[in-house]
Ligand binder design. Structure first.
Ligand code: GDP
Length: 295
C-alpha cells in the first residue's frame, strides 16, 4: 500500500522518518503534508477539514507513535480513511428480473453522457445484453445524431423521435418500444445545460416522475474540479441519484473532486471514464483512486 502512494508523498514521509522517531510534533508536519496534497488534488476545503479531523483522531493515538514504523502507520491511516470515504464499491449494473431495467443518465452538457451511453452499452454487450438507447437530449441539435453514431459503433438500437420536442414522451415511447422488442435494459440519454438551471432540473424531474427509471446515474466531468462538486450537489438535491460516473480521468486531474462528489451525494461511484473510446470505462476502485489523490 505504501508503494501505491506517489513518490512525492512518500519522500515527504521519508524525510519525517529521517528526523528520528516520529513525535507528536513531526506527526503534525506529516498531517499538514497530507492536507496540502488533498487541497492540491482539488478536494473541496470542507471535505478536507472533515477528513483531516478523522485522520487526526486516529493518528494522534499513542498506538501510532509507539508502532514500529509510525510513518507507515500514518500512511496506512490516511489511505484507509480515503478508501472508506470513497467506498463502498458497487460497479455492477443491477438488472431487474423482469421487464427492461431503465437507466437514466443525467449531467451537465459536455460531461460525457452520450459517450457513457456507448460505454455502458459496450459493457452490457460483453454480458450478452443488448440495451436500447433513447435519444432524449432534445436541446442540442447534434445530440440525436451523435447517439445514433455511438449506437452504430457498439451495435445497439437507438430510439429517436426527431420531430418530438417532449423528452418525457420520447422516453416513454422509447421504453415501450424496448419492452416490445424484449430489451433487458434501456438507457436514457437526457439533455444537459452548460450550467445548472431550473428548466433543466424540471425536465429531468418530469422524466424521473413519469418514466420511473430504476437507476439514475449522474455523469460528472472529472476535469472540472470544484464545479463538478457544485453540480453534483444540485443534481443530488433535485433527483434521487443511485450512482455517479466520473469521466475524463485519463487526463491530469488527480480526481480529488471524486472525494467531494462522494461526500456531497453519498451515492456509490460506479465507474470512471478513462478516454474517448467506448471501451474506456472502468469499474471504480477506491484503492487505486486513493493513491492517485494523494500524489
Ligand atoms: P454530453 O454532452 O454529456 O453527452 O457529452 P459527450 O458524451 O458528447 O462528451 C463530451 C466530450 O467529452 C466528447 O468530446 C467526448 O469524446 C469527451 N469524453 C467523454 N468521456 C470522456 C473520457 O472519459 N475521457 C476523455 N478524454 N474524453 C471524454
Amino acid at each position: 500500500m505504501f508503494d501505491s502512494l506517489s513518490e512525492g508523498l512518500q519522500s515527504a514521509f521519508k524525510s519525517l522518518r529521517g528526523k528520528g522517531k516520529l513525535t507528536e510534533g513531526n506527526m503534525r508536519e506529516g498531517l499538514d503534508i497530507v492536507q496540502r496534497s488533498l487541497l492540491e488534488a482539488d478536494v473541496s476545503y470542507p471535505v478536507v477539514q472533515e477528513f483531516m479531523g478523522h485522520v487526526n483522531e486516529r493518528a494522534m493515538g499513542k498506538k501510532v507513535l509507539l508502532s514500529l514504523r509510525p510513518e507507515e502507520e500514518l500512511v496506512r491511516i490516511v489511505h484507509s480513511e480515503l478508501v472508506s470515504i470513497l467506498g463502498p464499491v458497487d460497479p455492477s449494473i443491477h438488472l431487474k428480473k423482469e421487464g427492461p431495467t431503465i437507466i437514466m443518465l443525467c449531467g451537465l452538457q459536455g460531461s460525457g453522457k452520450t459517450t457513457t451511453c456507448g460505454k455502458l452499452s459496450q459493457l452490457l454487450k460483453e454480458q450478452n445484453i443488448t440495451p436500447t438507447l433513447v435519444a432524449a437530449d432534445l436541446q442540442r441539435p447534434a445530440a440525436i445524431e451523435q447517439l445514433k453514431v455511438v449506437g452504430e459503433q457498439v451495435g445497439v438500437p437507438v430510439y429517436t423521435e426527431p420531430d418530438n420536442k417532449n423528452p418525457v414522451e420520447v422516453c416513454k415511447n422509447g421504453v415501450a418500444k424496448a419492452k416490445a422488442d424484449g430489451s433487458r435494459v434501456v438507457i436514457l440519454d437526457t439533455a444537459g445545460r452548460l450550467a445548472i438551471d431550473e428548466e433543466l432540473m424540471g425536465e429531468l424531474q418530469r422524466i424521473d416522475n413519469k418514466v420511473g427509471p430504476d437507476q439514475v446515474y449522474l455523469v460528472v466531468d472529472g476535469m472540472t474540479g470544484q464545479d463538478a462538486v457544485n453540480s453534483a450537489d444540485a443534481f443530488n438535491k433535485a433527483l434521487e441519484l443511485d450512482g455517479v460516473i466520473m469521466t475524463k480521468l485519463d487526463g491530469d486531474a488527480r480526481g480529488g473532486a471524486l472525494l467531494s462528489v462522494k461526500h456531497v451525494t453519498g451515492v456509490p461511484i460506479k465507474f470512471i471514464g478513462t478516454g474517448e473510446h467506448l471501451d474506456a470505462l472502468e469499474p471504480f476502485r477506491p484503492e487505486g483512486m486513493a493513491g492517485r489523490i494523494l500524489q
